[in-house]
Ligand binder design. Structure first.
Ligand code: B12
Ligand code: SF4
Ligand code: SF4
Length: 385
């Protein structure tokens, strides 16, 4: 069994990746991602990783593919469009909260990992050699965007997403770290030019400088990774987003012209939770068992039951939907999570009115958690004052 030449290996990878349904593929060497490492260090030092412990790991680990696989020679970066189309129009009072597009269908971690493993097997049989590989998407400590840029998949946009001139930015990045020498690609090229639409459109001002997103302000972080409370001054800016945020990609001219519908049926709205969550239904999820049953196989499990109910309280408060008041009051009185009870109190205060005031006053007599009591009192003050 001969080792394939770097050129043969490259041809085989690109052909097989395309046949496996990946929209983009490129290769880079396994050397440290030094440019990304410098920027990551600054980002970490500025506290922009919020409380994502996995992003506070040493820069040398996050930027070095060889730390993930000692025998690594090359990193194959792959792109899969998840673009499922636009949000269907709905009436403002329909009681729905938006889900970011990447989570409309099935959980990408498992779907993509299966195809990556198949790709490795196909590569072994095509090249007639054993290929040691580490296959993953968004699951191990590596700067996947920096690897993708160096593999030629695209360039860093000002929203910090990798933008491909072929498909825009609504795509997942997946990786195969392999022990083969492969002819590398040139780094991705392209530019935002004079555009700054994403920076202007971000509702929380999270894009602090071109390519620099402060996770502490990003709605995607606040509604998915964050396990605690959503700061009061940011809640209104979350609008109707119940899970994640696509605004800085929606406004991007590259996506307006290049976004390509996903070829993977697993990422269609029909395959999973779809574009909207019914707020009333989610506000009624009281146990982990019910939550797991409802969202099994979907990326929406990430914030956990309390996190998702918390988000839906915020959306219900922002939409000021009176018909959701009974559901919010139930959250306030019955939920075992103090985070949910606190956000429910806030939302009841946003809906307002006599019934809301009465519910809050009753809760102030029975609630014992100091942080929830503070939310209850603030809500009473807003309604009465
Ligand atoms: C932590 C994380 C988050 C955090 C922080 C986001 C952030 N921008 O840092 C939060 C929770 C906010 C988040 C949100 C989202 N995420 Co996220 N996230 C990650 C994760 C795990 C790490 C990202 C990271 O390293 N951040 C630290 C910063 C410092 O690194 P960076 O963003 O890569 O920034 C680099 C640039 O600054 C770059 N750089 C170097 N030189 C230059 C030069 C110039 C001029 C510029 C502009 C930049 C630049 O160097 C930095 C270091 O690599 C990756 C998966 C992974 N393991 O890589 C997914 C990942 C980045 N996320 C992804 C997605 C889809 C999202 C969301 C769209 C989800 C959603 N709809 O809600 C949003 C997008 C928000 C946004 N504008 O970034 C995809 C992005 C795919 C793509 N096409 O780019 C990834 C790659 C997951 C995947 N495997 O597909 N995410
Ligand atoms: S995902 Fe939303 S909140 Fe985060 S940077 Fe983009 S527009 Fe801003
Ligand atoms: S919206 Fe404009 S500035 Fe932002 S990433 Fe797209 S092209 Fe770049």
């Amino acid at each position: 069994m001969n080792q394939p030449s770097p050129r043969q290996a490259r041809r085989a990878i690109l052909r097989l990746a395309d046949a496996a349904g990946f929209d983009l593929a490129g290769v880079t060497g396994a050397e440290p991602l030094s440019r990304g490492a410098k920027r990551l260090k600054k980002w970490q030092d500025a506290g922009m990783s919020a409380d994502m412990g996995y992003m506070q790991r040493p820069v040398e680990l996050l930027s070095n593919p060889k730390k993930l696989q000692k025998t690594a020679r090359s990193v194959v970066s792959l792109g899969v469009s998840y673009y499922p189309g636009d949000y269907p129009e709905v009436a403002e009072d329909s009681g729905l909260g938006k889900v970011a597009r990447y989570a409309w269908g099935r959980d990408y971690h498992t779907v993509i990992k299966e195809r990556l493993m198949e790709l490795r097997r196909d590569l072994e049989s095509e090249l007639e050699t054993k290929v040691r590989a580490r296959a993953f998407t968004d699951a191990v400590p590596l700067l996947e965007r920096s690897a993708a840029e160096r593999s030629g998949l695209g360039f860093f946009g000002r929203n910090s997403c990798i933008i491909s001139r072929e498909v825009g930015s609504f795509f997942f990045i997946a990786d195969l770290i392999i022990d083969l020498d492969v002819e590398p690609d040139r780094p991705g090229s392209g530019t935002c030019g004079k555009c700054s639409r994403c920076m202007d459109a971000c509702p929380t001002g999270a894009i602090k400088a071109p390519g620099v997103v402060d996770a502490r302000l990003c709605i995607s972080y606040l509604t998915i990774e964050n396990r605690g409370e959503i700061p009061v001054d940011l809640r209104a800016r979350i609008g109707d987003r119940a899970f994640g945020c696509d605004i800085c990609q929606e406004v991007c001219p590259y996506n307006k012209t290049k976004a390509r519908m996903s070829r993977w049926p697993e990422f269609s709205a029909e395959a999973g939770a779809g574009p909207y969550l019914d707020l009333q239904e989610i506000l009624a999820l009281r146990t982990k068992k019910e939550f797991d049953r409802r969202f099994s196989g979907s990326a929406i499990t990430r914030p956990g039951r309390a996190g998702l109910v918390r988000n839906c309280c915020v959306v219900a408060g922002n939409l000021r939907l009176e018909h959701l008041l009974p559901s919010l009051v139930e959250c306030l009185v019955e939920d075992e999570s103090s985070v949910v009870r606190g956000h429910a109190a806030w939302a009841v205060g946003e809906v307002g009115g006599a019934a809301a005031l009465l519910a809050l006053k009753t809760a102030s007599g029975s609630e014992t958690d100091p942080s929830v009591l503070e939310e209850v009192r603030a809500a009473i003050f807003r309604i009465s004052g």
